[in-house]
Write a protein that binds this ligand. Structure first.
Ligand SMILES: C[S@@+](CC[C@H](N)C(=O)[O-])C[C@H]1O[C@@H](n2cnc3c(N)ncnc32)[C@H](O)[C@@H]1O
Length: 315
Protein backbone atom coordinates (compact mmCIF):
# COMPACT_ATOMS: atom_id res chain seq x y z
CA UNK A 1 0.00 0.00 0.00
CA UNK A 2 1.46 3.37 -1.00
CA UNK A 3 0.01 6.84 -0.49
CA UNK A 4 1.18 10.21 -1.80
CA UNK A 5 2.97 12.72 0.42
CA UNK A 6 0.17 15.28 0.18
CA UNK A 7 -3.64 15.17 0.17
CA UNK A 8 -5.27 18.30 -1.24
CA UNK A 9 -8.91 19.24 -0.77
CA UNK A 10 -10.54 21.83 -3.03
CA UNK A 11 -13.41 24.26 -2.74
CA UNK A 12 -15.14 25.86 -5.71
CA UNK A 13 -18.55 26.58 -7.15
CA UNK A 14 -19.70 24.49 -10.13
CA UNK A 15 -19.12 27.26 -12.77
CA UNK A 16 -15.47 27.36 -11.62
CA UNK A 17 -14.94 23.61 -11.97
CA UNK A 18 -13.27 23.76 -15.42
CA UNK A 19 -10.88 26.51 -14.30
CA UNK A 20 -9.97 24.55 -11.16
CA UNK A 21 -9.20 21.48 -13.28
CA UNK A 22 -7.17 23.57 -15.73
CA UNK A 23 -5.17 25.04 -12.86
CA UNK A 24 -4.51 21.62 -11.29
CA UNK A 25 -3.25 20.29 -14.64
CA UNK A 26 -0.52 22.97 -14.52
CA UNK A 27 0.33 22.73 -10.79
CA UNK A 28 0.10 18.93 -10.37
CA UNK A 29 0.11 17.52 -13.92
CA UNK A 30 -3.27 15.97 -13.15
CA UNK A 31 -6.83 17.02 -12.37
CA UNK A 32 -8.56 17.16 -9.01
CA UNK A 33 -11.44 14.72 -8.80
CA UNK A 34 -14.44 15.16 -6.51
CA UNK A 35 -12.59 18.13 -4.93
CA UNK A 36 -9.65 15.87 -3.95
CA UNK A 37 -6.13 15.31 -5.28
CA UNK A 38 -3.23 13.14 -4.11
CA UNK A 39 0.25 14.21 -5.13
CA UNK A 40 3.94 14.25 -4.20
CA UNK A 41 4.11 17.85 -5.47
CA UNK A 42 4.01 20.46 -2.71
CA UNK A 43 1.84 23.53 -3.34
CA UNK A 44 0.78 26.32 -0.98
CA UNK A 45 -3.02 26.38 -0.49
CA UNK A 46 -3.00 30.21 -0.26
CA UNK A 47 -1.40 30.45 -3.70
CA UNK A 48 -4.42 28.85 -5.37
CA UNK A 49 -8.00 30.15 -5.33
CA UNK A 50 -9.32 26.59 -5.09
CA UNK A 51 -7.05 24.60 -2.76
CA UNK A 52 -8.73 24.59 0.64
CA UNK A 53 -6.11 22.56 2.48
CA UNK A 54 -3.05 20.34 2.14
CA UNK A 55 -2.50 17.41 4.50
CA UNK A 56 1.20 16.56 4.82
CA UNK A 57 0.86 12.85 5.54
CA UNK A 58 2.80 11.56 8.56
CA UNK A 59 1.14 8.14 9.07
CA UNK A 60 -1.47 6.06 7.26
CA UNK A 61 -3.00 2.62 7.68
CA UNK A 62 -5.97 0.56 6.57
CA UNK A 63 -6.47 -0.28 10.25
CA UNK A 64 -7.46 2.60 12.57
CA UNK A 65 -5.85 1.05 15.72
CA UNK A 66 -2.58 0.56 13.84
CA UNK A 67 -2.71 4.23 12.80
CA UNK A 68 -3.09 5.32 16.46
CA UNK A 69 -0.13 3.08 17.45
CA UNK A 70 1.94 4.59 14.63
CA UNK A 71 1.07 8.13 15.74
CA UNK A 72 2.17 7.27 19.32
CA UNK A 73 5.45 5.90 17.91
CA UNK A 74 6.08 9.34 16.36
CA UNK A 75 6.34 10.69 19.99
CA UNK A 76 4.92 14.06 18.97
CA UNK A 77 5.36 16.56 21.80
CA UNK A 78 4.00 20.05 21.15
CA UNK A 79 2.08 22.71 23.08
CA UNK A 80 -1.01 24.38 21.62
CA UNK A 81 -1.83 21.80 18.96
CA UNK A 82 -5.24 21.23 17.39
CA UNK A 83 -6.65 18.22 15.52
CA UNK A 84 -9.31 18.50 12.80
CA UNK A 85 -11.27 15.79 11.02
CA UNK A 86 -11.38 16.20 7.23
CA UNK A 87 -14.54 14.68 5.79
CA UNK A 88 -13.46 13.51 2.33
CA UNK A 89 -15.62 12.25 -0.52
CA UNK A 90 -17.12 8.84 0.41
CA UNK A 91 -16.39 9.02 4.17
CA UNK A 92 -19.58 8.07 6.06
CA UNK A 93 -18.08 8.21 9.57
CA UNK A 94 -20.69 9.76 11.84
CA UNK A 95 -20.14 13.01 13.73
CA UNK A 96 -19.92 11.37 17.20
CA UNK A 97 -17.43 8.80 16.00
CA UNK A 98 -15.40 11.52 14.33
CA UNK A 99 -15.21 13.40 17.65
CA UNK A 100 -14.08 10.23 19.45
CA UNK A 101 -11.37 9.70 16.86
CA UNK A 102 -10.15 13.29 17.31
CA UNK A 103 -9.90 12.58 21.07
CA UNK A 104 -7.86 9.40 20.34
CA UNK A 105 -5.41 11.48 18.32
CA UNK A 106 -5.34 14.19 21.01
CA UNK A 107 -4.33 11.58 23.62
CA UNK A 108 -1.59 10.30 21.29
CA UNK A 109 0.14 13.69 21.20
CA UNK A 110 1.99 15.08 24.22
CA UNK A 111 1.12 18.69 25.09
CA UNK A 112 -1.91 20.85 25.86
CA UNK A 113 -4.20 21.55 22.90
CA UNK A 114 -5.33 25.04 21.91
CA UNK A 115 -8.44 25.06 19.69
CA UNK A 116 -8.67 28.80 19.17
CA UNK A 117 -5.08 29.84 18.51
CA UNK A 118 -3.19 26.65 17.62
CA UNK A 119 0.56 26.54 17.04
CA UNK A 120 0.01 23.63 14.66
CA UNK A 121 -3.06 21.87 13.25
CA UNK A 122 -3.11 18.13 12.60
CA UNK A 123 -5.66 16.43 10.39
CA UNK A 124 -7.26 13.00 10.28
CA UNK A 125 -9.12 11.65 7.25
CA UNK A 126 -10.42 8.45 5.71
CA UNK A 127 -10.38 7.74 1.99
CA UNK A 128 -11.10 4.50 0.14
CA UNK A 129 -10.25 2.24 3.09
CA UNK A 130 -7.21 4.15 4.35
CA UNK A 131 -6.88 6.31 7.48
CA UNK A 132 -4.40 9.19 7.12
CA UNK A 133 -2.91 11.49 9.74
CA UNK A 134 -0.70 14.50 9.12
CA UNK A 135 -0.10 18.23 9.43
CA UNK A 136 -2.98 20.25 8.02
CA UNK A 137 -2.14 23.45 6.11
CA UNK A 138 -5.16 25.57 5.28
CA UNK A 139 -5.72 28.49 2.91
CA UNK A 140 -5.06 31.58 5.06
CA UNK A 141 -7.33 33.76 2.85
CA UNK A 142 -4.87 36.65 3.43
CA UNK A 143 -4.89 37.23 -0.36
CA UNK A 144 -8.50 38.43 0.00
CA UNK A 145 -6.97 41.73 1.22
CA UNK A 146 -6.41 42.48 -2.49
CA UNK A 147 -10.18 42.99 -2.83
CA UNK A 148 -9.60 46.27 -1.01
CA UNK A 149 -6.98 47.65 -3.38
CA UNK A 150 -6.96 51.48 -3.55
CA UNK A 151 -7.57 51.56 -7.33
CA UNK A 152 -10.12 49.37 -9.03
CA UNK A 153 -11.41 49.10 -12.59
CA UNK A 154 -14.77 47.97 -13.94
CA UNK A 155 -12.95 45.78 -16.51
CA UNK A 156 -10.96 43.87 -13.89
CA UNK A 157 -11.21 40.12 -13.54
CA UNK A 158 -11.87 38.53 -10.15
CA UNK A 159 -8.92 37.86 -7.87
CA UNK A 160 -9.74 34.12 -8.03
CA UNK A 161 -9.40 34.01 -11.83
CA UNK A 162 -6.26 36.18 -11.59
CA UNK A 163 -4.67 33.71 -9.15
CA UNK A 164 -5.46 30.71 -11.35
CA UNK A 165 -4.05 32.49 -14.44
CA UNK A 166 -0.73 33.04 -12.66
CA UNK A 167 -0.49 29.32 -11.81
CA UNK A 168 -1.44 28.27 -15.34
CA UNK A 169 1.13 30.64 -16.87
CA UNK A 170 3.96 29.88 -14.43
CA UNK A 171 3.32 26.10 -14.34
CA UNK A 172 4.25 26.18 -10.63
CA UNK A 173 7.72 27.54 -11.47
CA UNK A 174 8.46 30.61 -9.33
CA UNK A 175 11.52 31.43 -11.49
CA UNK A 176 9.36 31.73 -14.59
CA UNK A 177 9.43 35.30 -15.97
CA UNK A 178 5.84 36.44 -16.59
CA UNK A 179 4.37 39.47 -18.35
CA UNK A 180 0.83 40.74 -17.71
CA UNK A 181 0.31 42.24 -21.16
CA UNK A 182 -2.84 44.32 -20.63
CA UNK A 183 -2.29 44.74 -16.89
CA UNK A 184 -5.03 47.30 -16.19
CA UNK A 185 -4.93 48.13 -12.45
CA UNK A 186 -2.75 45.09 -11.77
CA UNK A 187 -5.24 42.48 -10.49
CA UNK A 188 -3.14 39.62 -11.92
CA UNK A 189 0.13 41.23 -10.86
CA UNK A 190 -1.01 41.46 -7.22
CA UNK A 191 -1.73 37.72 -7.10
CA UNK A 192 1.61 36.91 -8.75
CA UNK A 193 3.45 39.14 -6.26
CA UNK A 194 1.57 37.54 -3.33
CA UNK A 195 2.72 34.05 -4.32
CA UNK A 196 6.31 35.14 -5.05
CA UNK A 197 6.13 34.83 -8.83
CA UNK A 198 8.30 36.93 -11.08
CA UNK A 199 5.96 39.31 -12.99
CA UNK A 200 6.02 42.58 -14.88
CA UNK A 201 3.09 44.42 -16.45
CA UNK A 202 2.36 46.75 -19.31
CA UNK A 203 -0.64 48.80 -20.38
CA UNK A 204 -1.20 51.36 -23.11
CA UNK A 205 -3.15 53.66 -20.77
CA UNK A 206 -0.91 55.85 -18.60
CA UNK A 207 -3.46 56.61 -15.88
CA UNK A 208 -4.27 52.91 -15.49
CA UNK A 209 -0.54 52.11 -15.29
CA UNK A 210 -0.16 54.60 -12.45
CA UNK A 211 -3.12 52.97 -10.72
CA UNK A 212 -1.51 49.54 -11.07
CA UNK A 213 1.73 50.87 -9.59
CA UNK A 214 -0.20 52.43 -6.70
CA UNK A 215 -1.98 49.11 -5.99
CA UNK A 216 1.31 47.20 -6.06
CA UNK A 217 3.05 49.65 -3.71
CA UNK A 218 0.03 49.73 -1.38
CA UNK A 219 0.61 46.06 -0.51
CA UNK A 220 4.41 46.58 -0.31
CA UNK A 221 5.14 44.51 -3.41
CA UNK A 222 7.70 45.44 -6.05
CA UNK A 223 7.09 44.89 -9.77
CA UNK A 224 7.70 46.95 -12.92
CA UNK A 225 4.70 48.38 -14.75
CA UNK A 226 5.54 49.71 -18.21
CA UNK A 227 3.37 52.38 -19.77
CA UNK A 228 3.57 51.09 -23.31
CA UNK A 229 1.76 49.59 -26.22
CA UNK A 230 2.74 45.90 -26.15
CA UNK A 231 4.33 46.33 -29.58
CA UNK A 232 7.13 48.43 -28.00
CA UNK A 233 8.12 45.82 -25.39
CA UNK A 234 11.23 43.93 -26.52
CA UNK A 235 12.25 42.08 -23.33
CA UNK A 236 11.70 38.28 -23.52
CA UNK A 237 9.44 36.38 -21.10
CA UNK A 238 8.78 32.68 -20.34
CA UNK A 239 5.04 33.27 -20.52
CA UNK A 240 2.53 36.08 -20.91
CA UNK A 241 -1.01 36.53 -19.66
CA UNK A 242 -3.37 38.62 -21.80
CA UNK A 243 -6.67 39.72 -20.31
CA UNK A 244 -7.94 41.19 -23.57
CA UNK A 245 -9.96 44.40 -23.78
CA UNK A 246 -13.57 43.22 -23.76
CA UNK A 247 -15.99 44.05 -26.52
CA UNK A 248 -18.54 44.83 -23.85
CA UNK A 249 -16.54 47.70 -22.34
CA UNK A 250 -14.09 48.72 -25.03
CA UNK A 251 -14.26 49.20 -28.77
CA UNK A 252 -11.27 46.94 -29.48
CA UNK A 253 -11.55 45.55 -33.00
CA UNK A 254 -10.36 42.16 -34.29
CA UNK A 255 -7.32 44.01 -35.64
CA UNK A 256 -6.53 45.45 -32.19
CA UNK A 257 -6.78 41.95 -30.66
CA UNK A 258 -4.61 40.50 -33.43
CA UNK A 259 -2.08 43.32 -32.88
CA UNK A 260 -1.89 42.53 -29.12
CA UNK A 261 -1.45 38.77 -29.65
CA UNK A 262 1.06 39.14 -32.52
CA UNK A 263 3.11 41.69 -30.55
CA UNK A 264 3.14 39.33 -27.55
CA UNK A 265 4.23 36.47 -29.83
CA UNK A 266 7.45 38.39 -30.54
CA UNK A 267 8.52 38.23 -26.87
CA UNK A 268 7.29 34.83 -25.61
CA UNK A 269 6.49 31.28 -26.77
CA UNK A 270 3.64 30.72 -24.32
CA UNK A 271 0.50 32.82 -23.79
CA UNK A 272 -2.56 32.43 -21.56
CA UNK A 273 -5.35 34.46 -23.16
CA UNK A 274 -8.63 35.57 -21.53
CA UNK A 275 -11.55 36.94 -23.51
CA UNK A 276 -15.32 36.97 -23.40
CA UNK A 277 -15.64 36.60 -27.17
CA UNK A 278 -14.60 33.53 -29.11
CA UNK A 279 -11.29 34.43 -30.73
CA UNK A 280 -10.20 30.86 -31.60
CA UNK A 281 -9.88 31.80 -35.29
CA UNK A 282 -7.82 34.90 -34.52
CA UNK A 283 -5.43 32.86 -32.34
CA UNK A 284 -4.87 30.30 -35.09
CA UNK A 285 -3.74 33.16 -37.40
CA UNK A 286 -0.96 34.20 -35.01
CA UNK A 287 1.32 31.14 -35.18
CA UNK A 288 0.08 29.75 -31.88
CA UNK A 289 -1.42 26.33 -31.17
CA UNK A 290 -4.18 26.12 -28.54
CA UNK A 291 -2.96 23.45 -26.12
CA UNK A 292 -5.63 23.81 -23.44
CA UNK A 293 -8.91 25.62 -22.90
CA UNK A 294 -11.68 26.25 -20.38
CA UNK A 295 -14.55 28.58 -19.63
CA UNK A 296 -15.44 30.20 -16.32
CA UNK A 297 -18.52 32.11 -15.25
CA UNK A 298 -19.86 33.45 -12.01
CA UNK A 299 -22.80 31.66 -10.36
CA UNK A 300 -26.01 33.08 -11.72
CA UNK A 301 -24.11 35.06 -14.41
CA UNK A 302 -23.79 32.40 -17.11
CA UNK A 303 -24.13 35.06 -19.85
CA UNK A 304 -20.86 36.62 -18.75
CA UNK A 305 -18.61 33.67 -19.45
CA UNK A 306 -14.87 34.15 -19.84
CA UNK A 307 -12.91 31.89 -22.13
CA UNK A 308 -9.32 30.97 -21.31
CA UNK A 309 -6.87 29.59 -23.89
CA UNK A 310 -3.39 28.23 -23.18
CA UNK A 311 -1.36 28.75 -26.34
CA UNK A 312 2.08 27.51 -27.37
CA UNK A 313 4.07 28.88 -30.29
CA UNK A 314 4.22 26.51 -33.27
CA UNK A 315 7.94 25.97 -34.00
C1 LIG B 1 -9.69 43.97 -19.78
S1 LIG B 1 -8.58 45.26 -19.42
C2 LIG B 1 -7.44 44.47 -18.36
C3 LIG B 1 -7.90 44.46 -16.94
C4 LIG B 1 -6.86 43.94 -15.97
N1 LIG B 1 -6.64 42.51 -16.08
C5 LIG B 1 -7.26 44.28 -14.56
O1 LIG B 1 -7.61 43.35 -13.82
O2 LIG B 1 -7.29 45.46 -14.22
C6 LIG B 1 -7.67 45.44 -20.90
C7 LIG B 1 -6.52 46.46 -20.85
O3 LIG B 1 -5.81 46.37 -22.07
C8 LIG B 1 -5.16 47.62 -22.28
N2 LIG B 1 -4.68 47.65 -23.67
C9 LIG B 1 -5.44 47.75 -24.81
N3 LIG B 1 -4.63 47.72 -25.91
C10 LIG B 1 -3.36 47.56 -25.47
C11 LIG B 1 -2.08 47.46 -26.11
N4 LIG B 1 -1.97 47.51 -27.44
N5 LIG B 1 -0.96 47.30 -25.36
C12 LIG B 1 -1.07 47.27 -23.99
N6 LIG B 1 -2.25 47.38 -23.32
C13 LIG B 1 -3.38 47.51 -24.04
C14 LIG B 1 -6.27 48.60 -21.92
O4 LIG B 1 -5.73 49.87 -21.59
C15 LIG B 1 -6.94 47.90 -20.72
O5 LIG B 1 -6.45 48.42 -19.50
Amino acid sequence: MQINKYIYSFSYENPESELCKLESRYIFNKEEKNRLLFSDIKAEPSNSPFIKSRLDVISFSEDYDTLIKDIKKESICIEGFKVEYLVLDGDITEYKERLNKLKDIGWSIEGIPDYYNPTITYGLCYFEGIWCFGVLNKDSFTWHKHKKKPRSYSNSISISIAKALVNIAAKANKESKLLDVCCGVGTIMLEACFSGNNIEGCDINEKICNNAQENISHFNYTANVYHSDIKNISKKYDAAIIDLPYNLFSNATDNDILHIIESTAAITDRIVIVSISDITNLISNTGFRISDYCTVSKSGKRKFTRKIWVCEKVK
